[in-house]
Design a protein around this ligand. Structure first.
Ligand SMILES: [Zn+2]
Length: 214
């Protein structure tokens, strides 16, 4: 018997931050390049980075309201009716230099209050991506790189996308004071219009969590 959404969210509330980090890494093209222990360590560092920026941002604007902060930063927020792709979980995106787009389709099944709350969460996540641009020479998610290859004096390094996502979620969780990781939105939002996918994601996350518990 399939679980109800509420039961799944209760389970996800118990999931620790390393699980969410590994979940983010599982979607990263560089996932096989980073050893397990390193993923755990980098997850912790990315979370710290996100939290620090949340505190800084709260102080900078004397506000924790994502819509207000976005306004102060001069960011433009618009919505898109484009249907969701079958593969990638994208509910919103930041396009440099100053545009945040929120996808409307996943918000449709929600009531007004839920819609408002989820929109705030999505916007705060994207604000972090803006802040990465603004602070690109010093922010952890941009300065931390892994070496892809090196031949003599030539080398190619890359940032790790999963770290941006982990830090953005930590930023957003801190700013919006969420008791549940915003990564759980993957399950929550998909449940409204693609339940099969919501169950798959839930199983995937719980699988990572159970493996960690052993
Ligand atoms: Zn993101």
């Amino acid at each position: 018997m399939a679980k109800e959404l509420g039961e799944m969210l209760d389970d996800l509330r118990e999931v620790d931050e390393i699980t969410w980090g590994l979940y983010a890494f599982s979607r990263d093209i560089l996932k096989d390049r980073v050893p397990y222990e390193e993923k755990v360590k980098l997850t912790r560092e990315a979370i710290q980075c996100g939290k620090n920026y949340a505190h800084r941002t709260g102080e900078r604007f004397a506000s924790q309201d994502p819509q207000e902060i976005a306004r102060e930063l001069g960011l433009k927020i618009d919505t898109s009716l484009r249907p969701m792709g079958p593969e990638r979980v994208v509910f919103a995106l930041f396009t440099p230099p100053d545009k945040i787009t929120v996808m409307e389709e996943p918000l449709k099944p929600l009531n007004q209050e839920q819609k408002h709350k989820v929109t705030d969460v999505l916007i705060s996540h994207e604000i972090f991506h803006y802040l990465e641009e603004e602070n690109k020479s010093e922010i952890f998610t941009r300065t931390k790189k892994i070496l892809l290859w090196k031949i003599g004096p030539l080398k190619n390094e890359s940032t790790i996308n999963a770290l941006s996502e982990i830090a953005a979620m930590a930023f957003c969780r801190e700013l919006c004071e969420l008791e549940l990781s915003p990564f759980a939105l993957d399950v929550f939002l998909y449940y409204g219009y693609d339940q099969e996918r919501a169950y798959d994601l839930y199983d995937e996350i719980m699988g990572i969590s159970e493996k960690l518990a052993v």
